[in-house]
Design a protein around this ligand. Structure first.
Ligand SMILES: NC(=O)c1ccc[n+]([C@@H]2O[C@H](COP(=O)([O-])OP(=O)(O)OC[C@H]3O[C@@H](n4cnc5c(N)ncnc54)[C@H](OP(=O)(O)O)[C@@H]3O)[C@@H](O)[C@H]2O)c1
Length: 239
């Protein structure tokens, strides 16, 4: 994020502004997780692939006894994900869409045609404890990296589902009332309701700061980290 907490400019044209070191850090993190997730807003705004990156990171995964390619997860309440996004053209690992009862039959059918599995999990918003439990049971996901955007990050914090926050602070100020930030959503009104974090480490590399925070008392099981195949065409309903 920028120094003023933005993860994109308000017109969403600029959403990638970290250094090469920051990108390497992202791939290093991906090499520690079973699945990488982002929200529909991020898929619809640009080209994201959620893949493990260059071969050396895939080798690292294999050395750690993990699958060469991480699972990819997309969260979308309405199921309105751009199905021509390039993530759907790369078939090296399963793509799972987690959605809610708000998704129309048509949206579910469109997603089922491009994703490996589409699961309905929640009525208005995704029921994270149920969704994460299902990911663990069905896809053996014990460690999940969420890469935003701000709406999805906020909903995970709100559900008490985040264990760690890896934050790269980049030397820019974007401003812009409508620019997405690291966590958006509805927010809180009282300090007592804030999610509290503990700073675990902080490292400077050139003009960037790499921070790791641990969330104090996460409420749900399993590990979620947030940062800035064979095809199964099934659609399941866990709602
Ligand atoms: N700099 C960075 O590191 C970075 C990283 C990621 C993204 N970005 C940027 O951030 C922007 C996108 O952020 P964003 O906040 O607008 O979008 P987002 O968080 O990627 O996606 C928001 C969408 O995800 C779904 N969603 C999230 N939480 C949900 C829940 N609890 N239940 C149901 N659905 C849920 C909803 O989909 P529906 O609308 O279908 O209901 C919601 O509209 C883009 O410009 C992107 O490029 C930057």
């Amino acid at each position: 994020m920028t120094v003023d907490g933005k993860i994109a400019t308000s017109n969403r044209a600029v959403d990638s502004f970290g250094s090469k070191r920051d990108l390497a850090h992202l791939y290093e993190l991906r090499a520690t997780v079973d699945a990488v997730m982002c929200g529909a807003g991020t898929i619809n705004a640009g080209e994201v692939h959620l893949d493990p990156g260059p071969e050396r990171y895939r080798r690292l995964r294999k050395k750690r006894g993990m699958a060469e390619y991480n699972l990819r997860v997309i969260a979308s309440g309405r199921g309105l994900v751009r199905t021509n996004a390039s993530i759907f053209n790369e078939r090296h690992s399963p793509i799972i869409v987690i959605t809610t009862a708000r998704a129309s039959r048509r949206a579910l059918a469109r997603l089922a045609a491009v994703a490996n599995e589409v699961v309905v999990c929640g009525t208005d918003s995704i029921d994270w404890p149920a969704a994460l439990g299902w990911l663990r049971k069905r896809w053996n996901v014990t460690r999940l990296l969420c890469e935003g955007g701000g709406e999805l990050n906020a909903s995970l914090f709100c559900a008490g589902a985040v264990d760690e926050l890896h934050l790269t602070i980049c030397p820019y100020v974007f401003g812009g009332r409508g620019a997405p930030t690291i966590t958006d959503g509805v927010g809180i009104d009282r300090l007592a309701d804030a999610v509290q974090l503990e700073l675990v480490s902080m490292r400077r590399s050139a003009e960037e700061l790499f921070c790791v925070f641990r969330v104090l008392s996460p409420k749900s099981e399993g590990a979620i980290i947030t940062t800035n195949s064979p095809r199964h065409r099934a659609s399941r309903n866990l709602a």
